[in-house]
Design a protein around this ligand. Structure first.
Ligand SMILES: [Ca+2]
Length: 735
């Protein structure tokens, strides 16, 4: 059977390539390929003007197709946008005023895919689903080929044990679909990516939060990405309170609030985009090879926009252009050359896509559909009566995300946040395209305000009516300016500590289960003596900055581990490699146990019992002594790490083992991840329990060189490794 299938594939492929140079038959129905990205604005594509990002394949689609410069979604959140495309209806219309988040059974009985199938199309769907459907809905029944592929994790284990990114997997399925496509039958193929959605549960900057496919490893590593354009503090501070305390602000602290995090996450995000682009390139090559490119329309879009630090925000949801605006590119090989590479400012919506697909297929657009076919625009003939105003709303997760409704036209955007004292915004998109001024209270604009307010009320009625009042209470997500940003959203105990390890599972930890497990209520690392590289398990709940960390540690005799803090995940060096500061745990050497080491960096910064100042050039000097004590292996010991600004202190069982001030601006880190280590060397077991951290204020002062003069008789910390015979430490006064 397998052999037969293989031969069939070969047959179709070879048949296809014979036809490659033929002109499409005008009576032949076109094939439709829809690439749908997640959480992407136009700002991260080359063809929309980004000079840094590499998206050659998507740019090529724009060069031979139509680029929509004014495309929006009606509601900027994943599942509503997706359900809108499946049903042809806005969120308000596919749901009910009492339960707007759940699609009505009648609304999802016939999806656009069903209408295509009834009209001779073979329809495939691979990737992120996320639509909230009524009980009993069977999604696979609405497609000929269906496989939901989600994230969390992005990397999926393959039968051969290797890991493959979902972006690649989705396109793999698309290529398989092409290979089994019967001749003479049109197809519609949906490849709906999870990228570039963040892995919300993993806040390790870079590979944790925005995992990219391996094919783009190392891209953008040497590039500094420009800061968010709208990052002036007054832009955020000018928002009403309910927008300053919402999810848009909370997630800003997950990913964009420091330059380091911003750079690391932006590079990772760019890689995700380039990963999609590369996979699209692979698909387009397969399409051409199958001889199907001349009669296949390609669509690229995203389910919603994205705040990448603009306005002090992250995520989507609220009413500004960053959330509503999406890329939309349509490359139809059948349109005349004159239209190739055109850009249009005609307002397009995600709502238009299902209508367009049906139009291409020659299927009547159902009267209930609220969008219109984009085909005339793609063909260069925008209808004279094309929409000039569109309805936008947000009501998903209404108890956590401020809900709004309103209208956007060529000149103005009007919205009202109906659960928040009906707070109104009126933006002049011509005079103020960045929407920095709210004209709702401006006397000169009262007529416009009143007209748009009334038109919104009318449109709301037409689309399903006002939503029922909010049930329960609205919950803020964060302080606008939290004292400790790592603590945003965290549960703290009465002493202000956050539990780092639950004593039962490896939830909130990322590491290799070959080395890490839970034993006797402890986070346990074990090696059998064959390890070639130090391995880490990383806490992925937040980065850490200033903190007081407490943990009980037990290590077997001869064992070696460490508490890594303010670290950096380095997938470029290997799986689960973390660099950065470490409170060392060394069972058999009291001079190393509790010292401050820097993994893959400046290495030994202070031995146990040395009080140290690292000078601005990175040289550590011993400026004082602390008695060294021995702590027995195979027993539990209380470790404490207190880091304030650039002052680091370690204790074991209340006895201080390290006290260091780091004045080396280039070498030091002020924020990063928390991880623990299993070390190369003999077989060992390390255990951590009662693991907790108190996040201290972000803005604790940094110690300055002028306040910490290094005494002339201070001597240099002995470096690691074998030293020349007769080596003597340098003396500070004799430099
Ligand atoms: Ca999304």
């Amino acid at each position: 059977m397998k052999l037969f299938l293989h031969l069939t594939v070969l047959f179709f492929v070879s048949c296809g390539s014979l036809m490659a140079d033929e002109k499409p038959n005008p009576n032949e129905k076109p094939n439709i390929v829809f690439f749908f990205a997640d959480d992407q604005t136009t700002s991260t594509l080359g063809c929309y003007g980004n000079q840094v990002i590499k998206t050659p394949n998507i740019d090529e689609l724009a060069a031979r197709g139509t680029r929509f410069d004014n495309a929006c979604v009606s509601q900027a959140i994943c599942w509503v946008s997706r359900t809108t495309i499946l049903t042809g209806l806005t969120g308000r219309s596919y749901g009910t005023p009492a339960n707007p988040e759940m699609a009505r059974p009648e609304a999802v009985e016939t999806l656009f895919s069903d209408l295509l199938r009834e009209n001779g199309y073979r329809v495939g769907y691979f990737g992120k689903w996320h639509a909230k459907m009524p009980k009993g809905f069977q999604r696979e029944k609405h497609f000929d080929e269906f496989e939901a592929i989600s994230r969390n994790p992005y990397y999926k284990k393959q039968p051969d044990g290797s890991l493959r990114h979902e972006t690649e997997l989705i396109v793999d399925r698309g290529i398989e679909f092409l290979k089994t496509q019967p001749k003479g039958k049109p197809f519609a193929l949906n490849m709906w990516f999870n990228a570039c959605h963040a892995e919300d549960s993993d806040r390790r900057p870079g590979i944790g939060h925005f995992p990219w496919p391996r094919a783009v490893d190392g891209m953008y590593e040497d590039i500094t990405i420009a800061p968010p354009r709208l990052n002036a503090p007054e832009i955020f501070d000018g928002q009403p309170d309910f927008l300053k305390t919402t999810l848009n602000r909370e997630r800003y602290f997950w990913r964009w609030n420091t330059d380091d995090k911003y750079q690391t996450n932006m590079r990772a995000y760019y890689r995700m985009v380039s990963g999609i682009d590369g996979a699209i390139g692979r698909f387009l090559a397969a399409l051409k090879e199958a001889g199907l490119d001349k009669n296949t329309i390609i669509v690229y879009s995203a389910d919603n926009g994205y705040y990448m630090g603009n306005r002090g925000f992250a995520g989507k949801w609220s009413h500004y252009e960053e959330a509503l605006n999406v890329p939309l590119i349509i490359a139809d090989p059948r349109v005349p050359t004159a239209q190739h590479g055109q850009a249009t400012s005609a307002p397009a919506l995600n709502l238009d896509l299902p209508a367009t697909f049906l139009d291409w297929a020659g299927v009547a657009i159902p009267p209930r559909y609220q969008g219109h076919s984009l085909q005339p625009i793609v063909a260069g003939k925008t209808p004279a009566d094309w929409r000039t105003e569109a309805f936008h709303e947000h009501f998903a997760v209404r108890n956590r995300i401020p809900a709004f409704e309103g209208l956007r036209n060529e000149r103005f955007k009007y919205v009202r946040y109906f659960d928040h004292d009906n707070h109104e915004f009126l933006h002049d998109l011509k005079q103020d395209p960045d929407e920095l001024v709210n004209l709702a209270g401006h006397p000169k604009y009262q007529d416009t305000l009143k007209e748009m307010r009334e038109r919104t009320t009318t449109r709301v009625k037409e689309l399903g009516g006002p939503l029922d009042p909010l049930k329960g209470k609205f919950t803020d997500s964060t302080e606008p300016h939290p004292v400790a940003s790592a603590a945003v959203g965290a549960k703290v105990d009465p002493e202000g500590f956050v539990s780092v390890f639950d004593g039962k599972t490896l939830r909130h930890w990322s590491g290799d289960p070959r080395y890490w497990s839970v034993e006797e209520g402890a986070l346990t690392g074990k090696t059998d003596g064959t390890l070639k590289m130090n391995r880490f398990i990383t806490w992925n709940d937040s980065t850490i900055r200033n903190f007081d960390l407490r943990v009980k540690v037990k290590v077997t005799a001869g064992g070696n581990s460490g508490l890594q803090y303010r670290g950096t995940s380095r997938p470029d060096l290997g799986l689960d490699i973390v660099t950065g500061y470490q409170c060392d745990v060394v069972a058999n050497n009291p001079n190393y146990n509790g010292m401050l080491y820097e993994e893959k960096g400046r290495r030994i910064l202070s031995h146990t019992g040395e009080k140290v100042i690292i000078d601005p050039e990175g040289q550590p000097w011993v400026v004082g002594k602390i008695p060294v004590k021995t702590f027995a292996p195979d027993e539990w010991h209380d470790f404490r790490v207190l880091v304030k600004g650039n002052h680091h202190q370690h204790w074991i069982d209340g006895h201080k083992t390290a006290d260091l001030i780091d004045l080396d601006e280039k070498g030091r880190a002020l924020e990063g991840v928390l991880a623990v280590q299993v070390h190369v060397g003999p077989q060992m077991k390390i255990q951590y329990k009662d693991f907790k951290i108190k996040h201290l204020p972000d803005d604790l002062p940094l110690q300055a060189a002028k306040d910490h003069p290094i005494p002339a008789d201070a001597y240099g910390v002995r470096p690691q490794g074998k030293l020349p015979k007769g080596w003597k430490p340098p003396v500070y006064g004799q430099r």
